[in-house]
Structure formats: structure tokens, C-alpha cells
Design a protein. Structure first.
Length: 344
């Protein structure tokens, strides 16, 4: 039986790219499986924007006993991102004055998240990862993790994520952030201190985001223009459901912090404006996966990453009508790509 563990590590004096110094950062993570004697079977799985450490739940059918990322064979680690709300230090963590950070929580980057996980790897005593894998924001995190020290990563799998966000993704992110910021219960991120919660803003942000996670053809096929009542469409009901699910489990200011980090991610920052040069220090055994109907990160944008990575690069295009969420829902296709890659 695969062993599972939930833990929190404390890292002292972590400095973000924005210049903020955390006295202590708590990093929540889960492990699945057993680290072998030579510590060579570790796989780091990076979650997406609103994901968490429970990778065998949100990636069921891909991670678990006997699955492509086999927890009977590999020691799988999944950490909550810096700025998140599932155990790692984020906007709702307690500041020095006993109140939540709220609006005082600093800007963080995808690279900050990856650097923090390198610190976690040191604590875990893992000097080399068999693979680092992630989808969407997790793909960006996996890429940055490998770029920080390619000697520590044997294989890197980047799924449904590009090397940088372009104007279209920045625009979608801006609308989501504005939806939260314009909620009168937001209080610039300090809503907890006054006993409020911007549920309407977070719900609307999720609905906007979900339209980029799914493809228009899929929505048309599933819902058409059918109504539940004279003024309430089936697709509206579906989006309301998605909003309610997220507001029940996620922190609005974490959503703003993380969406800004992904919006601003660009591997060229601080490296080189030439993409191939910026990626020169990446892992040299790479799998890049895109989804044919993805309208958040289109195949051509993901392919640009594949074309500029060094070493061995395999680019798989998953045929799906679902859209961006295909990296979560097309378990058979994602599993096939990962299984071949991990065992090559």
C-alpha cells in the first residue's frame, strides 16, 4: 500500500524577488510513496492556480498506485505554492501584529515559488529529482524549478503552459483581478480584519476564468441556448455552480496574488530576451504537452516553448474538445504521454 504523509516545513529568512523578507515561511506539502535508498525516485508535481497538495485527488487516474505517476514506484511530492491558501504562507497567514497579512502580503513570482521548493528539497534531502511535472501554472513552476538548477532535475514535463504570458492571457487575468478588487467587501485585501469576504468578486473571477478553461465548442455542445427558467440559461447555472465551488474553498486575495504571478511570468525576465538563450539552462530531457482546443494557452504558444528548449524535447498535442482543462480531464492521453516519458 502506498504511504501518504502531510507535513509543514518552516524556512527562515526567505527573500522574494520583490525584495520582501519573510522571517519564516511555512511550506505545506504531501508525499506519496517511499523514497528509495539512493534517493533517485523522487517526483515533484506542481499544482495549478487553485490546486492544492492532494495530487491524488485532483489528478486522479494520473497519480496513484499503478498509475502513470506510480506512487508504488515513485516518491511523489506536492507542495502548496507560496501565496496560496492550503497551508503554505499566504495572505491569510498571521503577520507580526497578530492579524492576517491581507494587503501587506508581498508580490510573489513563479520563480519565488520554485526557489522556495528548492529550499524544501534541501530539507527533504533530495539532491536530484527523477522528474518535475506540472500543468498550467504548475507547468510554469516546473519549468522555473528546472531552470534554477538543471543538475537537480533529470526530466521536466510542462503541460498546457507556455514560456511566458502574452497580451491575451494578461487581459483575461486583469478582468479576474478587477472583479475581486471591485467587490465592496474586498477592502484592498484586508476583508478578514473587518469580518467580510468578497464572495461575489471571487465568484465572478472564477466564472471569467472558467470561460478560458473550457472551449466554446464544448460549451455550445453541452448547453446550447437551453434555459432552466425564462431568464436563466443552463450555461449560467453551470458557471454559477463553478463560482460557488471555488468561493467555498479558496481565498480571494490568494487568487489575486497567484493570478498576478502567473500573469507576469516570463522565463526571459532576468535572463535574456532571446527565448532560446533564456532557456539554455533548462533540463535537457523535456516533455511538452498542449491541448488542441486550449484557448487560454493555445497550442502554437506552447509549441514555441518546445521549439526553444535545449536537449531532447518531445511535444505531444492532446486532441480534446474540452479546452485548457483537458490537462485535468483527458487522463488517458496525459497518462500515456507521461508513462512513456518517465520510463524512457
Amino acid at each position: 500500500m502506498t504511504t501518504q504523509s502531510t507535513s509543514v516545513e518552516r524556512i527562515l529568512g526567505f527573500v522574494t524577488e520583490s525584495g520582501h523578507t519573510f522571517g519564516t515561511v511555512e511550506v505545506a506539502y504531501e508525499t506519496f510513496g517511499t523514497l528509495n535508498t539512493d534517493r533517485s525516485n523522487a517526483i515533484l508535481v506542481e499544482h495549478a492556480l487553485t490546486g492544492d497538495t492532494s495530487v491524488t485527488d485532483w489528478w486522479a487516474g494520473i497519480v496513484g498506485p499503478g498509475e502513470a505517476i506510480d506512487t508504488d514506484e515513485y516518491f511523489v511530492v506536492c507542495a502548496n505554492s507560496l501565496g496560496g491558501c492550503s497551508g503554505t504562507t499566504g495572505p491569510q497567514s498571521v503577520y507580526d501584529d497578530g492579524l492576517p497579512y491581507g494587503s501587506r502580503f508581498p508580490a510573489v513570482t513563479i520563480r519565488d515559488m520554485a526557489r522556495l521548493e528548492h529550499n524544501l528539497a534541501q530539507i527533504l534531502g533530495i539532491d536530484s529529482w527523477h522528474a518535475v511535472i506540472g500543468g498550467s501554472m504548475g507547468g510554469a513552476r516546473a519549468l522555473e524549478f528546472a531552470l534554477l538548477d538543471k543538475c537537480k532535475v533529470k526530466k521536466c514535463a510542462i503541460i498546457a503552459a507556455p514560456a511566458f504570458c502574452d497580451a491575451d492571457q494578461i487581459a483575461w487575468a486583469m478582468m479576474q483581478e478587477r472583479a475581486i478588487e471591485l467587490d465592496p467587501d474586498y477592502y484592498s485585501g484586508d476583508y478578514t480584519a473587518v469580518g467580510a469576504f468578497p464572495a461575489q468578486g471571487l465568484g465572478l473571477a472564477r466564472q471569467i476564468a472558467h470561460l478560458t478553461y473550457r472551449n466554446d465548442a464544448e460549451l455550445n455542445h453541452r448547453f446550447s441556448s437551453r434555459r432552466r427558467s425564462p431568464d436563466y440559461h443552463e450555461v449560467t447555472s453551470y458557471l454559477d455552480y463553478q463560482a460557488k465551488k471555488l468561493t467555498a474553498r479558496f481565498d480571494p486575495h490568494s487568487y489575486v496574488v497567484l493570478s498576478r504571478a502567473l500573469r507576469d511570468h516570463d522565463v526571459r525576465t532576468g535572463r535574456s530576451q532571446d527565448l532560446a538563450t533564456a532557456l539554455a539552462d533548462a533540463c535537457t530531457d523535456n516533455l511538452v504537452v498542449s491541448v488542441s482546443s486550449d484557448r487560454l494557452f493555445p497550442t502554437a504558444q506552447v509549441e514555441l516553448l518546445a521549439q526553444n528548449l535545449p536537449g531532447a524535447v518531445s511535444h505531444h498535442v492532446i486532441e480534446s474538445e474540452v479546452g485548457h482543462d483537458g490537462f485535468l480531464t483527458e487522463t488517458a492521453a496525459v497518462s500515456a504521454a507521461l508513462q512513456d516519458f518517465l520510463r524512457a
